[in-house]
Design a protein around this ligand. Sequence first.
Ligand SMILES: Cc1ncc(COP(=O)(O)OP(=O)(O)O)c(N)n1
Ligand SMILES: Cc1ncsc1CCOP(=O)(O)O
Ligand SMILES: [Mg+2]
Length: 208
Amino acid sequence: MPSLGRLHLITDTRPGRDPLTVLRAALAVARAELVVQVRVEDDATDREAYDLTRRVVALCAPYDVTCLVNDRLHVALAAGAAGGHVGADDLPVGAARRVLGATAVLGATAREPGTAAGAVAAGASYLGVGPCHTTGTKAGLPAPIGPAGVRAVADAVDVPVVAIGGVTAARVPALLAAGAYGVAVVGALSGAADPGRATAELLGALGC
Ligand SMILES: Cc1ncc(COP(=O)(O)OP(=O)(O)O)c(N)n1
Ligand SMILES: Cc1ncsc1CCOP(=O)(O)O
Ligand SMILES: [Mg+2]
């Protein structure tokens, strides 16, 4: 399995956003430190998810950047992505591993140590842990777990912990100190006036 990048860019496909422009800017700066997760709105069609993923895979290939697909593992397989990410409302981790195969990258969402250990035992190769901080990107989430919550999970598992939710460059040091391996962001790049510069700031905070 290839080593995992530390900066995970999750696509923002809300109306008015331009995920491919943001991706191009981030790729040029981050190169192989980047992981891209294609995440579409729940009401997007599989065809829309597939078309976007094909374009992302093509953009990532020259940089040797890993492309993952959120939730829709059949889209990941069909579009030639390196793997996927599942949470509590998606396929169970063990089933996701069977779908993707032994060598794929498989992320699972965890907010507490017991869930995290179970996900790793079932085949997760990394964990997305959060929300760490308040986020305006996804509604209906439980209260933020903060760096202390990240530490509790990181202490319980031996796979990379990727902190998510309200992550900014300024918040990265505390997350790393809590045991995070990397971070996943939507708004910090999608909402940035200069996504290339924002990528550089996040990488600098990550020590990349
Ligand atoms: C890296 C990472 N961590 C967590 C999530 C959230 O996944 P999930 O809980 O399934 O929620 P949705 O993203 O599907 O709305 C993630 N996507 N990536
Ligand atoms: C999908 C998801 N799951 C937990 S927080 C989150 C959204 C993160 O977005 P942002 O980086 O803009 O806070
Ligand atoms: Mg999900």
